[in-house]
Design a binder for this molecule. Structure first.
Ligand code: FAQ
Length: 329
């Protein structure tokens, strides 16, 4: 494995740096402060490695599971052109997962272990992909607004400290920006179409708004990992700041289309420059990310099926002497 890694179990916040060499830690933090990239063979604290594996792995799982809600619409897309476009998008998402698994592998966790942790339900992935895409309009909202949220997060974090993750994010963001344009075009088409098409996209927005508000993570007051991740420039903005940026950029665009956002309290406070909104239901968020959302079981069942059906291909490709990985980006 690339970094000759040793993966530590979670420790309490007080002792996450226990046992680290103070001189090495100071030099590591100084490098991050100077804006240098940390590369796989460089010295890093165990907690930095553990946090990055957790975050990149969850991100990879999100891309691969994220292909499913839209993927179910490929055969039902209205018309050949849309079918081609959706198929290309779904294929891109799976490609993003490959880039991200490869980046996580550089930190010492084997891909098989990551996949096993996904299908056993041990690892998390983004809350949003545990909801069904009920109509064609749901795929339009996903491609526009979920991709928008993903770009806000990933563009910021691509300026972070871990080289392989940042380079993967650079490439992913380029592709996601095509998804965003495709999604926007599809939403505009529906919102300016027949009354039935308009109603369909309005209803999809109502369904997806709460999961989108959850997408950026729990509020800063209750976020567990933000402090250390921001200190080490893995996360380049807090959950609330990313949510605010999303609202700033996309609420006006949604309102321009004459669509209604299902939050009567949503408004920009002109004095503070911040959006005010109804506090998202964090209990529902917790339920969904811990396995009890509307589609969690179905999503994992599909991945488990794919894993079992593809096992013979991996066995055929696996050579005992090629058991190390290099980053794809
Ligand atoms: N969903 O302490 P924090 C995409 C968990 S890619 C599920 O604030 P952190 C592309 C968190 O893991 C979408 N779980 O956590 C696409 C932690 O649990 P743990 C994915 C969530 O890490 C588009 C606990 O809550 N993007 O959409 C979520 O500092 C269209 C405490 O939270 C990434 O993964 C959530 N939304 O901040 C594909 C980007 N939020 O591990 C197809 C990289 C939080 O202690 C179609 N990740 N949790 O058990 C990140 O930037 C961060 O991990 C955050 C969360 C911001 C997601």
């Amino acid at each position: 494995m690339y970094g000759n890694a040793h993966i530590e179990k979670t420790k309490s916040p007080k002792n996450i740096l226990e046992g680290e060499d103070p001189a090495k830690l100071a030099e590591f933090e100084a490098r991050i402060e100077r804006g240098e990239k940390i590369e796989p063979m460089d010295w890093m604290p165990k907690e930095y490695r553990r946090q990055l594996i957790r975050m990149i792995e969850q991100h990879a799982h999100s891309e691969i599971i994220g292909a499913l809600p839209e993927g179910t619409w490929i055969t039902r897309a209205p018309g050949f052109r849309r079918k081609l476009a959706l198929m290309a998008k779904v294929q891109d998402e799976v490609g993003h997962a490959q880039l991200l698994y490869s980046a996580a592998e550089t930190l010492g966790k084997a891909r098989e272990d990551m996949i096993n942790d996904l299908i056993s339900g041990k690892s998390k992935y983004s809350n949003v992909f545990n909801y069904p895409a009920e109509t064609w309009a749901d795929t339009a909202i996903i491609a526009w607004l979920i991709d928008a949220g993903a770009i806000i997060n990933q563009l910021a974090n691509s300026r972070g400290s871990y080289g392989p993750y940042c380079r993967a994010l650079d490439r992913i963001c380029t592709e996601e920006s095509f998804h965003l344009k495709y999604g926007h075009d599809t939403v505009v088409y529906l919102a300016t179409g027949t009354p039935t098409q308009r109603e369909m996209v309005q209803n999809a927005l109502i369904r997806w708004w709460p999961p989108i508000m959850h997408f950026f993570g729990p509020s800063d007051k209750i976020s567990v990992h933000s402090e250390i991740l921001m200190k080490w420039k893995v996360k380049m903005a807090s959950n609330d700041d990313m949510r605010q940026k999303f609202l700033d950029e996309y609420v006006p665009k949604i309102w321009d289309l004459g669509l209604t956002i299902p939050d009567p309290s949503l408004k920009k406070n002109e004095d503070t420059g911040k959006w005010e909104y109804t506090e998202p239901d964090w209990e529902e968020f917790k339920r969904v990310i811990n396995g009890d959302g509307p589609c969690n079981k179905e999503r994992l069942a599909v991945r488990r099926w794919a894993e079992e059906k593809g096992a013979w291909v991996r066995r055929a490709l696996l050579k005992e002497d090629s058991r190390y990985s290099t980053p794809l980006a």
